[in-house]
Design a protein around this ligand. Sequence first.
Ligand code: NAP
Length: 279
Amino acid sequence: MAKIIDGKAVSQKIKEEVRAEIERDGLKVGLAVVIVGNNQASRVYVNNKKKACEACGIQSYEYALPEETTEKELRDLVRTLNDDPNVNGILVQLPLPKHITEKKIIKTISPKKDVDAFHAENVGRIVIGNYAFLPCTPAGVMELIHSTGTDVEGKECVVIGRSNIVGKPMAMLLLHENATVTICHSHTKNLAEVCRRADILVSAVGKADFVTADMVKEGAVVIDVGMNRNAENKLCGDVKFDEVEPKASYITPVPGGVGPMTIAMLMKNTLMAKRLQSK
Ligand code: NAP
């Protein structure tokens, strides 16, 4: 029987630490949250981020723009926020409408306010191990692994998924802690066999019931980044929880695992941005 990793509890502790630091040092910290269009999932994420700001004593500034906003208008807004001293972090909620090139918008965000750590400068810094911000979801996963007391050094870690947002930076953070890391993707041969090598298995695929018991080594730590809807439209991860849980030593649930951590790490990054800008 696996121990369930309580992402809500770990994230709560991180948010309390952020709040305590802001109060202790009397800081004024601001996060601009930009949302374009009417994507319902994005609206839920933005509302959760605003709630977390409130809990941490961070001022949030919401910019809700209509679907037909042009790329130029959005870039102009980002430039204005780059220059606004009340705004320490800028978060542009993805995905953006199809007529806007996400890469161009991310490139416009000042690397010092890029609290998602998506800007090429911050990505490069992560690769060379000289970073200020860590991307929120992979950083949250590392916190969850640490919360189990598992030492990553020398462990076989398998990451399923190679997106710029989750898979690749996830692998990089595990590598920085001296794990032996394998990244799998849709062209990987013998996926189950590769996954069975993992002492720590991180799934970031985006398909319900993707990770089955035959892919998991006895005693592995299993981290489920996936956020999917099952046939009953209920939120679920990538991992077939009921059959994997008895084999794992630790496992994250969905909901209540990685999701809350992503937001907590965003709060931590926003405080970090304030510190960087005050230097
Ligand atoms: P993504 O960009 O769609 O990437 C999915 C990855 O899965 C790709 O690298 C893809 O391989 C790989 N993949 C797809 N089918 C596969 C297969 N049959 N075998 C092996 N690999 C396969 O997704 P993402 O943005 O990384 O997100 C992944 C999941 O995490 C989604 O469910 C998303 O909602 C969730 N997520 C959760 C949080 C959170 O806070 N909890 C944050 C971000 C994302 P190819 O590259 O070869 O196509």
